[in-house]
Design a binder for this molecule. Structure first.
Ligand SMILES: C[S@@+](CC[C@H](N)C(=O)[O-])C[C@H]1O[C@@H](n2cnc3c(N)ncnc32)[C@H](O)[C@@H]1O
Length: 246
């Protein structure tokens, strides 16, 4: 099987400095709260960008899982340079099963790769089974509920979203990111599933509570750009954070 991220790993690693990533990171960490002493399972960890940040923010144990061996290779390279203590595993979240009992399971851009409700449910079951009782799942997702008429606003934040058919269960949504300092772009597909399908999957997996959180603006971001720059991102919310409690 060809793992798509193996072919774009180096390019994807470079998109971390785009404006969209700044507001995403701020929103994510604001919701994560104090990570001191926490055990964290980072699903779809990619090249470990967030796994390393969790460690720097005081997490005690971090395991990162990604289906792409190339992404994990990049993560391990960066870990060995800094002598950090993060465990990385190459694996498909849908097939992972129980590997531990974590305070927090997180995922930045995993669920939007589920093409069907069955795939989404498998991902949610993996999340649930790896959480301690009372544990929390926090994920950043492409906001699949964003109205396609507003996809154009993403451009000033560094990327485009497009579809070639009306949104229905499983419709691919193509994301194309500008690579900073380069004239190139990197593209990949996410898949549309309805809000009802997401709620169904969280509930069937066993989650007690589900909360959606919109992106929030941040003072450093306002210093760098200005409040008006972020207005469309706040209004049309191209990303969403989802929090589920076990
Ligand atoms: C957009 S990247 C995000 C990477 C990282 N979380 C970040 O925010 O930088 C999506 C990642 O999801 C991984 N992925 C997609 N489907 C997966 C699956 N079924 N199991 C594990 N990883 C998966 C890809 O290999 C890729 O590294």
């Amino acid at each position: 099987m060809i793992i798509y991220y193996d072919t774009i790993a180096e390019q994807y690693k470079k998109v971390t400095e785009l404006p969209c990533r700044l507001i995403e990171e701020y929103t994510y960490f604001n919701l994560l709260g104090d990570l001191t002493g926490k055990s964290i399972l980072d699903l779809a960890c990619g090249e470990g960008l967030y796994s390393r940040k969790f460690l720097h923010k005081g997490a005690k144990k971090i395991v990162g899982v990604d289906i792409s061996a190339k992404m994990i290779e990049l993560a391990k390279q960066q870990e060995s340079q800094k002598q950090e203590d993060i465990e990385y595993i190459v694996g498909d979240v849908m097939e992972l099963g129980k590997i531990g009992s974590f305070d927090l399971v997180v995922a930045s851009y995993l669920l939007n790769y589920a093409r069907t409700k069955e795939e989404l449910l498998k991902m949610c079951q993996t999340v649930y089974t790896n959480l301690k009782p009372g544990g929390r799942f926090l994920t950043i997702n492409n906001n699949l509920q964003q109205c396609p008429e507003s996809y154009g606003i993403c451009e000033k934040y560094g990327y485009t979203k497009s579809i070639s058919e009306t949104l229905q269960e499983g419709t691919p949504i193509t994301l194309t990111f500008r690579i900073p300092g380069d004239n190139k772009t990197v593209s990949f597909d996410n898949y549309y599933l309805s809000k009802e399908t997401y709620e169904w999957a969280f509930q069937v997996a066993g989650f007690e509570e589900i909360h959606l959180h919109q992106p929030i603006v941040f003072s450093e971001g306002i210093q760098e750009f200005d409040l008006e720059f972020w207005q469309d991102f706040l209004e049309y919310a191209p990303i969403v954070c989802i929090e589920c409690l076990k």
